[in-house]
Design a binder for this molecule. Sequence first.
Ligand SMILES: Cc1ncc(COP(=O)(O)O)c(C=O)c1O
Length: 468
Amino acid sequence: MMTDNSLKLYEQVVHYLVVRIEAGEWKEHEKLPSVRSLSELLGVHRLTVFKAYQELKERGNVYVKDKSGYYVSPADPSPVTDQADDPAVSAWLHWDSLARVQSLEAEFQFSKSLIDPALLPNRYWGELMRDLLDLYPRLLGTYSTIQGDLELRSALASHLTTRERFYLSADEVLITSGAQQAIDVISRSLVRPGDRVLMERPTYGPAMEIFRKQGAKLIFTDIHPDGYDLEQIERLMKQEKPRVFYMTPTFQNPTGINIPTEQRKQLPELAEQYGCFLVEDDSTYDIYFKEKPPAPIFTYDTTGHTLYIRSYSKYVVPGLRIAAIMCRPRFMPGLQAVKALTDNGSPLLNQKLFLRYFQSPRMHQHLSKLRTALQLRMEVMEQCLQQTDWTWTRPEGGLNIWAELPEGVDTGRLLHRCMEHSVAFVPGTVFDPSDADASRKLRLSFSYAHEQQIREGMSRLIALAENT
Ligand SMILES: Cc1ncc(COP(=O)(O)O)c(C=O)c1O
């Protein structure tokens, strides 16, 4: 049991119990092992187990009954009954929610597609922060505009226009709190209950939840190492008339695939022909290992059917949660109306701090170092995978490896076993609930754990997978 040396002994006992309760080993209102039997089983002092139970009691995970022992508390918060068929609540409760899986605490963390904070220029940000209030003395007393700070929108528009051929003005940029909010704002602005939404299979799980929550009917097109099947997409657009095609064509999440330029050029034409809007989610654009990825679809769209999401949250300054929607002005009233209802504009402090970093040469230097560090971690993870008979495609960028395990392995069940050994990853069904083979797949993020943790965690994971 004692696997995680960074935790105190009683915390390891807490972890041991929480993992098993979540895995259903003890059900709600079921009696847990006595302090004595657990201390014997785990080889720790009774007081340690007692302290662990006290901690769980305070957290609400267990309760004490008539001095007879500790019992599993009912799940909290218990869902409101009329939310039982809500897709987002259901995904959360059944561990099909990426956000919930990513919240698992583990020493060997391959579920979070986030950057290891040790790879980020924390000290430099501290300096920027200290200067910020001198530059903008009224910053903390001021709301942002709903669309976002004009100075930041202008900086983004001019950067993308001069460097990446976007041809944008500040009026065509809306700042959001992360790409996640951008997808939600677009969904609530464009999609009505009953509308079809076309998605890649597999796809970024939370996007499915967002569109489902909006009442959309999801339809899927498969994504292959060489891109989409455009004939299938055309057929679907013709027959199903999707309102939106949500896609992550650059370092696709979870597969890491890049859609080739030729297809990028054709997609806006199809969108125009069939009256479908393209939502191009680009959350890891700068994380490439050898070559820059192909130019975004947005840059090939001459008829304004694409809404482009660029996130600077994942890998630039995660704590600030800055992302932007770039689109032609006709979408702005709808987007602004929803953004206003959501939060009346993203925090100005975050936007100004991000702006200062974005305009400094340090950001570009840092991105270059980050690419090298992440490539190294990806290669270490690949070396570990080479000892297995799993299949995967080497990603050319992004933060994840998408792997398929041999027949008979269920990665959802494997996750529960792995959690007992403090290893976390995301099971394939989170990205593709419709494909029976998805339960053999998993997403491994190589961006959060350092090299040594990757080696140790992967060796645990591989051993557990082989013994299932
Ligand atoms: C494809 C995709 N979209 C959106 C997001 C959410 O990103 P953000 O942190 O910018 O909200 C992620 C995060 O993993 C992602 O991979």
